[in-house]
Design a protein around this ligand. Structure first.
Ligand code: NAP
Ligand code: 8YV
Length: 316
């Protein structure tokens, strides 16, 4: 029996590459001398696509893969895949939910702690020899205990962040989603109202047209001068220009960011500010978690080709 042909446009985690090699015919587009010629010659054979978090997968590519059935995305966020165009063509798109919740929530808490207690700056102070030369690192204005946290996006990861924040003796003041959940936390139909009621806003919604620039200048003003913004969701959710201005003018106190509008390009203004903590999109970035995500990519493809159904489809 011929094995299904799977196209991989960019290199992925070894577990995906090896898992696909074992089960399918794998076309490694990035290794082709002439990727365009490979697509021309083999595009009509491709039934599956395995894609990394940030390669742009759109209608133009689908048009070159007329027998494509499934797109398996590495990452729970699938904003780089044009799901509308896939659905129109009857193509199933899958993602990797659940297996990364704890890792991403841990990173969010780490980022929050670093931002409020200036841990990165304090460590740099020691490494630069300033402790011995200048004495103790200054006291931080802010403390973690007792902060009032609002969660923009109380989904799988948002819930895991809320649990951790409570363990650190913060209060979850509420959350904003499009729809109220069965949750002990207070639901805010308005993000602006939520921002007014909290001093810490954690962003963990997906990146798409409905969330673009939800956190704008008005929301940042509402968060206020003791306000801390943590974004572990997607960079596009926050108006970065408004954020730079709010941080520069101390409209809000500080921001901890794992994601940016135009990754991997981070505005120099954010880098230059002393009230930011900036991470290079490492939310899920441990080997065990990335292996689990990678395995789910392979499992989705395998299940689709064996049984005609995927484990974690987003448009089925
Ligand atoms: P999830 O379980 O689907 O939760 C997403 C939440 O966002 C839901 O509660 C949803 O509620 C809410 N939401 C969606 N659109 C909204 C809108 N327009 N306005 C307000 N709320 C909205 O997803 P998850 O697994 O927690 O992941 C969330 C996101 O985190 C991912 O999509 C990804 O972008 C990001 N992420 C980042 C990293 C990282 O490395 N930094 C790692 C993993 C995930 P409603 O549907 O009711 O609105
Ligand atoms: C990335 C993420 O996918 O799952 C998500 O939505 O943002 C991350 O886990 C990761 O950077 C792999 O590209």
């Amino acid at each position: 029996m011929t094995r299904p042909t799977v196209l991989m446009p960019v290199p992925m985690h070894d577990v995906v590459v090896d898992g696909c090699e074992e089960r399918f015919e794998l076309l490694r587009l990035w290794e082709a001398d002439d990727p365009d010629a490979l697509l021309e010659q083999r595009g009509a054979d491709v039934r599956g696509l395995a894609v990394g978090g940030h390669s742009h997968i759109d209608a133009a590519l689908f048009d070159r893969l007329p027998k494509l059935e499934v797109v398996a995305n590495f990452g729970v966020g699938y904003d780089s895949v044009d799901v509308g165009a896939a659905t129109e063509r009857g193509i199933v798109v899958t993602n990797t939910p659940g297996v990364l919740d704890d890792e991403v929530a841990d990173t969010a808490l780490g980022l929050l702690l670093m931002t409020v207690r200036e841990l990165g700056r304090a460590e740099r102070y020691l490494r630069e020899g300033r402790w011995a030369a200048e004495g103790h690192y200054p006291l931080t204005d802010l403390t973690v205990t007792g902060r009032r946290v609002g969660i923009l996006g109380l989904g799988r990861i948002g819930e895991a962040i809320a649990q951790r924040a409570e363990a650190f003796r913060m209060t979850i003041a509420g959350y904003h989603n499009r729809t109220r959940k069965d949750s002990p936390y207070r639901y805010y139909p308005s993000l602006l109202e939520l921002a007014r009621d909290v001093d810490t806003l954690v962003v963990v919604v997906p990146g798409n047209a409905s969330t673009r620039h939800l956190v704008d200048a008005e929301v940042l003003r509402a968060l206020g001068p003791d306000g801390v913004l943590v974004n572990i969701g997607r960079g596009t959710v926050v108006d970065e220009t408004a954020l730079v201005e709010a941080l520069r003018t101390r409209t809000i106190r500080a921001a901890g960011l794992d994601v940016f509008e135009d990754e991997p390009n981070v505005p120099q203004e954010l880098i230059d500010l002393d009230n930011t903590v900036l991470l290079p999109h490492v939310g899920s970035g441990s080997e065990p978690t990335r292996r689990a995500m990678a395995q789910l990519v392979v499992d989705n493809l395998e299940s689709w080709f064996a049984e005609g159904r995927a484990h974690t489809p987003v448009n089925a």
